[in-house]
Design a protein around this ligand. Structure first.
Ligand SMILES: NC(=O)c1ccc[n+]([C@@H]2O[C@H](COP(=O)([O-])OP(=O)(O)OC[C@H]3O[C@@H](n4cnc5c(N)ncnc54)[C@H](O)[C@@H]3O)[C@@H](O)[C@H]2O)c1
Length: 245
């Protein structure tokens, strides 16, 4: 068990990548707060696991404050924050409305910013911690199949990660980002229904397949664990080599 004794909060944990991360964290012995704007969580919590569901809209600062108050009351500490919640409104820049752009910015960038702002005091009190931001290959390169707004917000998240990593390292707070290529979840289900587009997405990956939620969760377990004690400010691709070329 690689996360025994650690307390984690994962956003966007009701489904997809976030649910897989929460599940792996529980399997590795962590206590986990599953946070999501959705009221229901699809995940079956294993018998005897220390898991709590917290309703949290990451765009609302007051909800972050309330979520961390609940963490403090129930667990008294927090070692790991995974800023995983995200949305993608797939419109190219010329068709993107300002309202949709605001949503992209609010969920994908303001959300993690507010989460980090309010987790820092709690991690400081806990003697340090690991913050993991769910970026994307689109936070590393311009991806020809993905419109601009997603690339812009994920790129912002990559550099928010490095900025926090350098400033708070002296307090033993590490901050790293994870960069998956296409993972088959609700976020991309529509795209992957089209066999041509599915083939395109598989064809761009040197390892020749889509990423799985477990590939991404395994990277998060590593970054959350003490094995990654000297990893700070890194951008970890989980992309089968896509961004290496
Ligand atoms: N699926 C992919 O191909 C892929 C690739 C790279 C990165 N990512 C990133 O991984 C993360 C998870 O994506 P996924 O594929 O599991 O998507 P998903 O749509 O299956 O899950 C996203 C979760 O975030 C939650 N969420 C949305 N808005 C929220 C808000 N305001 N507050 C709290 N929770 C909110 C949703 O309710 C949902 O449970 C996202 O940040 C996404 O950008 C996904």
């Amino acid at each position: 068990m690689r996360l025994t004794g650690k307390v984690a909060l994962v956003t966007g944990a009701a489904q997809g990548i976030g649910a897989a991360i929460a599940r792996r964290f529980l399997d590795e012995g962590a206590s986990v707060f599953l946070a999501d704007v959705q009221a229901d969580c699809a995940m079956d919590v294993p018998e005897g696991a220390r898991a709590w569901f917290v309703r949290l809209d990451v765009t609302r600062e007051s909800e972050w404050v309330a979520a961390f108050a609940e963490v403090r009351a129930r667990a008294g500490r927090l070692d790991v924050l995974v800023n995983n919640a995200g949305v993608n409104i797939r419109e190219p820049i010329e068709r993107m409305t300002a309202a949709n752009l605001d949503t992209m910015l609010a969920v994908n960038l303001k959300g993690p910013f507010l989460g980090i702002k309010h987790v820092l005091p709690l991690m400081r009190e806990s003697g340090g911690g690991s913050i993991i931001n769910m970026s994307s290959i689109c936070g590393l390169v311009g991806h020809r199949f993905t419109p601009e707004a997603y690339t812009m917000v994920k790129g912002g998240l990559t550099l928010l990660t490095r900025s926090v990593g350098v400033r708070y390292a002296k307090e033993n707070i590490r901050c790293n980002s994870v960069h998956p290529s296409t993972v088959e979840t609700a976020l991309v289900r529509e795209v992957l229904k089209d066999p041509e587009r599915r083939a395109e997405r598989m064809g761009e990956v040197p390892l020749g397949r889509l990423a799985t939620v477990d590939d991404v969760a395994a990277a998060c377990v590593y970054l959350a664990s003490d094995e990654a004690a000297f990893l700070n400010g890194i951008s970890l691709p989980v992309d089968g080599g896509l961004t290496a070329g």
